[in-house]
Design a protein around this ligand. Sequence first.
Ligand SMILES: C[S@@+](CC[C@H](N)C(=O)[O-])C[C@H]1O[C@@H](n2cnc3c(N)ncnc32)[C@H](O)[C@@H]1O
Length: 385
Amino acid sequence: MTPAARIAAAIEILDAVLAGQAAEQQLTSWARRNRFAGSGDRAAIRDHVFGAMRCRRSFATLGGAKTGRGLMLGALRDTGANPSEVFTGEGYAPAKLTPEEAAFQPPDDLPTDLPDWVLPQWNAALGDRADAVAEAMRHRAPVFLRVNLRKASRAQAAAALHEEGIETVTHPLSSTALQVTSNPRRVQNSGPFRDGLVELQDAASQAISDLIPVEQKGRVLDYCAGGGGKSLALAARTDARFYAHDADPRRMKDLPGRAKRAGVRVNILQPDRVAGEGPFDVVLCDVPCSGSGAWRRSPEGKWSLTPQRLAELQAIQFDILQTCAGLVAPGGVLAYATCSVLQAENADQISRFTSANPNWRVSKTRQLTPLDGGDGFFVALLQAD
Ligand SMILES: C[S@@+](CC[C@H](N)C(=O)[O-])C[C@H]1O[C@@H](n2cnc3c(N)ncnc32)[C@H](O)[C@@H]1O
């Protein structure tokens, strides 16, 4: 496909996404309908679609319309390219620019790429970093790997990846983190990945896991385990017994395979078995959240979040904290984590919890943002007197 034909495909997909369809699903269904497109074409179209979703407001302003066509026009203007060289109407290129489109003069001041209602909370949480973090969210997230120290050192894993043409550099957020600097799409078919030397995990997620204190013989419950990223990071570090639970057990379907590859054991608990297996020395609640710290990776979430949904999430988060507190053994640790940068989901929840449960105190908190390199993450460690 020509570069212009890829942009035409992205316009079609973006129109469906703006109408409420999921980007991932639209990309898959486009690829099924257009089997001639190769993997390079699909990757380029995907980059256009996700890039436009990250910068939806500013690109729509630059392009003069909140449509697929407007977004891609804006994307070209954003890079200083001349859209009339792409919008030619020739072959499979997008239709020629109309006189109005060609004459359109975008304003000098572009809007921040965040919903208006989020901005006050964003600014309150991030202070003088707010603009820089919003800007970081306009760009693609790096690909990070966690080295499984049970199987290889960071240098050994990097060397094994290099053998397969995948270049990496160490990242300061965690002693297990490698940032992939070339051929990230090869990782999942590589030997080091298949053999469990490395796992895909954001560097901030690794840094958060590093802070959770796990004793060698302890019992650890990952209450919102999902795919088990944090359980696997902790299990790579110690020989504690690990238990995984999720309100939606289907979310844990990949966990047994991932644990096997990593050479660790994680016991999956059905919801009705959790209380009976307790108490636990460490209970991690990596709660469902707005994902505001990871909007580089999931930019649709930035535009679909509503004040109502945020309030619902806060209620769920607080319920989970209360439930998990009851599962911690005397002297144990309750770890609360989100991939959010909003106080409503982070510091405010911890204050609310310690006010409602005065015997609990906070022993550590950490807020990371993309300015640290990885996604935005928050963790608080709590202990009862
Ligand atoms: C942020 S994700 C977990 C990510 C995972 N810990 C990881 O590191 O890969 C949150 C998970 O919480 C689960 N969840 C939602 N509501 C829950 C509840 N009330 N109790 C337990 N899990 C819940 C969701 O199904 C989702 O898998």
